[in-house]
Design a protein around this ligand. Structure first.
Ligand code: R5P
Length: 295
């Protein structure tokens, strides 16, 4: 019990100052509940509105892919530079330090391996386990135009329903099958479907032509997937173009952890995403850090 004898009598209600009610900084997220907004702000930085998510979930269908053979050795040193970490619950619990303070984006769909039809996924994590792991979002793959299109959409909408029940945002991840055209028309369709059906943010690939129409026609933030490993300058250029054309950041995997110097690369990516550093300058920074031994 507080000591009521010493209660201070004078009070100031600041009658001349209107009560503040700042709008949430993230596109399409103003009407979300406090818990959802709070979780999204563990992924996206409020000062820039963008994120550098580090995607290391590849093992859920690819096994120990190059760069992810030993996540304790290769990925843990990158964590101080990641705004958010996208991974499976197996990797999180077995390998990642629970002192990580930023957002965990939990891979929540899976099933088939690279040996099978990839679109045949199901929900792979219970929302209660997401809560237990204190995740900032759940990620689900959506295969528009593929054999498992409807099933994958259904996975996402079920996760969205569960997410709203507990205040956990959902990331819709647009998958590209072997026979799908990677153009703005396709990604406009896929991203818009994810958003309309409830995803709170969407991950998609960059396309050289009309990418800004993909971001403009999606009412929630888009983060750019890195895709296959490119030379560092090309990857930095792609990230620069994506954020300049409306992406709210990147969710990059191979272009960081398969780089010759991943710690240097993720720092260069951060400069591009949060400060719009021109790609050539960011590449110079990458080389400097690399030469300093920041591998
Ligand atoms: C793919 O299904 C996973 O979601 C990866 O996290 C995603 O492809 C991003 O990784 P990368 O930048 O290597 O393409």
């Amino acid at each position: 019990m507080p000591d009521i004898d010493s209660l201070k009598e004078s009070k100031n209600y600041y009658l001349d100052i209107p009560a503040k009610n700042e709008p949430f900084f993230l596109k399409g997220s103003g009407a979300l509940d406090w818990g959802m907004q709070n979780r999204l702000s563990r992924i996206f930085r409020a000062d820039t509105g963008r994120t550098v998510m580090l995607a290391v979930d590849h093992g859920y269908f690819q096994g120990p892919t190059s760069g992810l053979e030993r996540m304790d050795v290769n990925i843990v040193p990158l964590l101080p530079y990641a705004d958010a970490l996208m991974l499976t619950r197996g990797a999180l619990r077995s390998t990642m330090p629970s002192t990580f303070e930023r957002g965990i984006v939990m891979r929540a769909s899976g099933g088939p391996s690279i040996l099978r039809e990839l679109s045949n996924e199901q929900i792979a994590v219970d929302i209660e386990d997401g809560i237990r792991m204190n995740v900032a979002a759940m990620a689900v793959q959506v295969f528009i135009g593929a054999e498992g299109e409807t099933q994958s959409i259904h996975n996402m909408t079920r996760l969205v329903d569960a997410g709203y029940r507990y205040g956990i945002p959902v990331l819709g991840v647009t998958a590209v099958g072997k026979n799908m055209t990677r153009d703005a028309r396709y990604f406009r369709l896929a991203c818009r479907m994810c958003a309309e059906l409830g995803a709170n943010f969407v991950k998609t690939y960059y396309v050289e032509e009309d990418f800004e129409t993909v971001t403009a026609s999606c009412p929630v933030p888009i983060v750019m997937a890195g895709g296959k490993k490119l030379p560092e300058l090309e990857a930095l250029t792609m990230a620069y173009k994506a954020v300049s054309e409306g992406a709210a950041g990147v969710d990059m995997g191979r272009n960081i952890f398969q780089s010759e110097a991943p710690v240097a690369m993720i720092q260069a990516v951060r400069k591009v995403v949060h400060e719009l550093m021109p790609p050539k300058d960011a590449y110079e920074l990458y080389l400097t850090l690399k030469n300093e031994g920041k591998k």
